[in-house]
Design a protein around this ligand. Sequence first.
Ligand SMILES: Nc1ncnc2c1ncn2[C@@H]1O[C@H](COP(=O)(O)OP(=O)(O)O)[C@@H](O)[C@H]1O
Ligand SMILES: [Mg+2]
Length: 254
Amino acid sequence: MGLTIALGGKGGTGKTTLAGLVIRYLIETGRKPVLAVDADSNSNLNEVLGVPLEETLSDAREMMKKDVPVGMTKDIFMEMKMEQSLVEGEGFDLIAMGRPEGPGCYCAANNLLSSLLDRLMKNYDYLVIDNEAGMEHFSRLTQKDVDLLLLVSDSSRRGLMAACRIAELVDSLPMRVGHRILVVNQVQEPPARWPEDVEKMFGDGNIYVLPADPLLAQFDMEGKPTSRLPADAPVVQEAYAIFDKVLPRAEKAA
Ligand SMILES: Nc1ncnc2c1ncn2[C@@H]1O[C@H](COP(=O)(O)OP(=O)(O)O)[C@@H](O)[C@H]1O
Ligand SMILES: [Mg+2]
């Protein structure tokens, strides 16, 4: 039985970093195969995972409008493009959505893309979807059920409120969320109490904190994939402790 894990939250709070860590955790705990879906138009999950990225699905969508070779059907062309966009890593594959379609979009291309993406996802037991703050792509995915929603915030009030708003947005979408948690990242000192709205939205026991880790910052600065931090790095240890708790719960609810 597989799981779909989605990340959300304000920009710059650590969603992609945490996506990288959860992917590594899944692989290390034998939860494979994993498909990593980069649903941020500013694709950078590949950097955290340490794999190259050549094409995104939006590149494929644009090409379908003008570059389909004579004698090839659009379906076959898109299938080929999707295969080319799939990046193989160790224990996971990665696909990047690229920019959401703008106005005047060619809907047939999007529909085709959605159904191909759906089919692709069925080949994997574990899906990890790294979203951008507005969850633009997310509301378009046909695969809507999420077993674990990881909302990420910094410790600012604004970040926390953004997490609450995204939780509300997700609640308004036609999808099932099995288990939802808030991870407050880069916390120096956890407050005695979280703002009331936060407590209400996430409830006792579903709010977790992660420390700021200088080694993670250093990896980032040097352009090293942060998902390859040493296992004893504080942020890896603490993130794993969170996953140890929440994954079995999400699996039970799935
Ligand atoms: N716990 C942490 N300690 C130190 N730096 C962090 C931590 N979490 C994230 N960062 C850094 O913060 C920046 C934003 O993180 P990122 O995961 O890209 O956020 P998002 O995907 O939400 O925009 C990156 O430079 C990342 O390396
Ligand atoms: Mg990101």
